[in-house]
Write a protein that binds this ligand. Sequence first.
Ligand SMILES: NC(=O)c1ccc[n+]([C@@H]2O[C@H](COP(=O)([O-])OP(=O)(O)OC[C@H]3O[C@@H](n4cnc5c(N)ncnc54)[C@H](OP(=O)(O)O)[C@@H]3O)[C@@H](O)[C@H]2O)c1
Length: 283
Amino acid sequence: MTSTAPIAVTGVTGTVGRLVAQQLAERGLALRLLARTPARAPELPNSTVHPFSYNDRAASVAALRGVHTLFMVSASESATRLDEHRSFIDAAAAAGVGHIVYTSFVAAAPDAVFTLARDHFGTEDHIRASGMGWTFLRDNFYIDFMEELVGGDDVIRGPAGDGRAALVTRADVAASAAAVLADPPSHAGKVYDMTGPEALSMADVAATISRIRNRPVTFHNESVDEAYRSRAAYGAPDWQVDAWVSTYTAIGSNAMAPVSGDVEALTGNAPQSLAGFLAANPR
Ligand SMILES: NC(=O)c1ccc[n+]([C@@H]2O[C@H](COP(=O)([O-])OP(=O)(O)OC[C@H]3O[C@@H](n4cnc5c(N)ncnc54)[C@H](OP(=O)(O)O)[C@@H]3O)[C@@H](O)[C@H]2O)c1
């Protein structure tokens, strides 16, 4: 495959995939944009749009034939996500893709405290076994949604205790991914932890939102039982409630606390902090 082969990008109708596609286009690279709803794909130079979904093998193989490098954005959370990921990875291998860059999760493991990180481990495992080259970008929790955790009563509730997480912005994940995708051989077989510049407790998150937004946000450290009870009213399936609650217990475990220098090493820029993100994005 020549270096002029297009780079395939999934998730282009979402935040991370769209930013990655835009940055690759700015570098003058040819792209294949894979989308479930092609009409919602961004219009970018030197790019073509291809209908697909992770569980549509025929469409995925057709969209990926002639591609060497693929950016695979993890699918929306669902009970069938891991099966869909495996199906797409098999399609990529069948199409002759040489290298997958996948958005995984910090501390991905079969027994990860954050239940959705188990899907990410299963996906990494399947990619490793596929014979294709790979690079994993293991994302911490996104800074971008911290403000959405604040309830209508200005309280963030969850069983996170004093644990910390090195939260990262979607934009820093996307810039790191673009750097890897522009030069995949330099990053083959590497796992990068996508973190922000500091590890914050949920009390720190509440205090930072209070300071920047001039709003009195506090953190209430629920017990695990309390957390399940307070979320029961939503009537969500068990896997989803487990994911919501384990977002906090994972922070409480400090599995997501280590700060890595990987964003800066890949992009040349220091990652954005929660305070910097909030200040740059007025509500
Ligand atoms: N680290 C964190 O804190 C955190 C938080 C939330 C999510 N995530 C994960 O990070 C990923 C990227 O984040 P984001 O902010 O860019 O998400 P996003 O804005 O929701 O975009 C997700 C993208 O993936 C596509 N997609 C979802 N399921 C798919 C499937 N089964 N087949 C094909 N395409 C599918 C969506 O397509 P449609 O437009 O067709 O739906 C969309 O383009 C998410 O998908 C999720 O797995 C991480």
